[in-house]
Design a protein around this ligand. Structure first.
Ligand SMILES: Nc1nc2c(c(=O)[nH]1)N[C@H]1C(S)=C(S)[C@@H](COP(=O)(O)O)O[C@H]1N2
Ligand SMILES: [Mo]
Length: 264
C-alpha cells in the first residue's frame, strides 16, 4: 500500500496524538472476535471508500486490515489522510428515492420540536455552547453531491447542504487540537465519533438540507453530519450534542464491533 503525503496540520496532529489514538483503538480492537467482525464489515461495505485509496480487491483490503491491527505507519497514513476527497457526482446521478436507514423502522423516526431544539457544544470548547436552528442556518452554507456507503452492502448518491463542519467548529470555539469529536443524537441514544482531522476535512458538512429542501425527519432533521469519507453509520442524524474530547468516545455501532475508523 502506498504511503500518501500528509499536510503540516496532519503531521502536527499525529505528532501530538497519533500514539494515544492508536492505543485507544488498539484497546478497542483487542478482542479477536471484534477484530474479525470489523474486518468482515469493512470488506463488504467499505470497498467503495477503500478503492479510492488504491485498495481495489479483497486481498488488498484484508491485508490493509491486518495492518490496521498492528497499526503501522502505512495505516496511519491511510486513516488520517485529510487530503483525500470523496468523489462528487452530477445531479443526474442522485439516487431517487434516497434510502432511509436506521437501527429502527421509519415509523419510529424521532420528531424534533424546532422551537425548543438547541444544539449543545460541550467539552473542550471556549465560547458559545448552544445553537438554535436559525443560528445554524445563518452561517455560510455549501452543498455536495456525494455517495453514502452503508456497511450493510448498499450505497446511494445524495445531495446535502449545510455548514462546513470545520467552519462551525471554529465559530463555536472548539479546541481543534483535541483528538475526537463525539456526536450524540436524539434517537434512542445513537452516537458516534470521529477523529479531529476528519472533523476538519473540507467535505465534512453539518447538514441542514437534503436536495435543496429542509432536511426531512427520515434523513435526520434538524441536523445530521455528512462525512463522505466515512461509512454511513459515522454519518449521525438528529444530532443534539457535540462533544470535543481527548477521551475515546466510541459509538453505538463501534461499541458492538464495527471498525472505529471505517473510512479514509
Ligand atoms: N441518529 C442516527 N443516525 C444514523 C443512524 C441511526 O440509526 N440513527 N443510522 C446510520 C446508518 S447505519 C446509515 S447507513 C445512515 C443512513 O442515512 P439515511 O437514512 O440518510 O440513508 O445513517 C446513519 N446515521
Ligand atoms: Mo449503515
Amino acid at each position: 500500500m502506498a504511503t500518501r503525503k500528509r499536510t503540516p496540520r496532519q503531521d502536527s496532529f499525529l505528532a501530538t496524538h497519533g500514539e494515544s489514538i492508536i492505543r485507544d483503538a488498539q484497546r478497542e480492537l483487542k478482542s479477536p472476535a471484534r477484530r474479525l467482525f470489523g474486518q468482515r464489515l469493512l470488506t463488504v461495505g467499505g470497498m467503495a471508500l477503500l478503492s479510492g485509496s488504491g485498495l481495489t480487491d479483497d486481498k488488498a483490503v484484508n491485508a490493509a486490515l491486518r495492518r490496521i491491527s498492528s497499526f503501522n505507519d502505512d495505516v496511519q497514513a491511510l486513516l488520517f489522510d485529510p487530503n483525500k476527497l470523496a468523489p462528487t457526482y452530477p445531479e443526474s446521478m442522485i439516487t431517487r428515492p434516497f434510502p432511509f436507514n436506521a437501527f429502527y423502522d421509519i415509523d419510529d423516526v424521532p420528531e424534533i420540536d424546532v422551537a425548543t431544539y438547541r444544539l449543545q457544544v460541550t467539552g473542550l470548547v471556549r465560547g458559545k455552547r448552544t445553537w438554535t436552528l436559525d443560528e445554524l442556518r445563518a452561517l455560510p452554507q455549501e452543498s455536495q453531491i456525494t455517495r453514502l456507503v452503508c456497511v450493510e452492502g448498499w450505497s446511494a448518491i445524495g445531495h446535502w447542504g449545510g455548514v462546513r463542519f470545520s467552519e462551525f467548529l471554529r465559530r463555536a470555539g472548539a479546541d481543534t487540537s483535541a483528538k475526537y469529536v463525539s456526536l450524540h443524537c436524539a434517537d434512542y441514544s445513537y452516537w458516534t465519533s470521529i477523529d479531529m482531522p476528519t472533523a476538519l476535512h473540507a467535505q465534512t458538512l453539518l447538514t441542514l438540507t437534503y436536495d435543496g429542501a429542509v432536511l426531512p425527519p427520515k434523513y435526520g432533521f434538524p441536523m445530521r453530519l455528512r462525512v463522505p469519507t466515512k461509512l454511513g453509520f459515522k454519518n449521525p442524524k438528529h444530532i443534539v450534542a457535540i462533544e470535543i474530547t481527548n477521551r475515546y468516545p466510541g459509538g453505538y455501532w463501534e461499541n458492538q464491533g464495527y471498525n472505529w475508523f471505517s473510512g479514509s
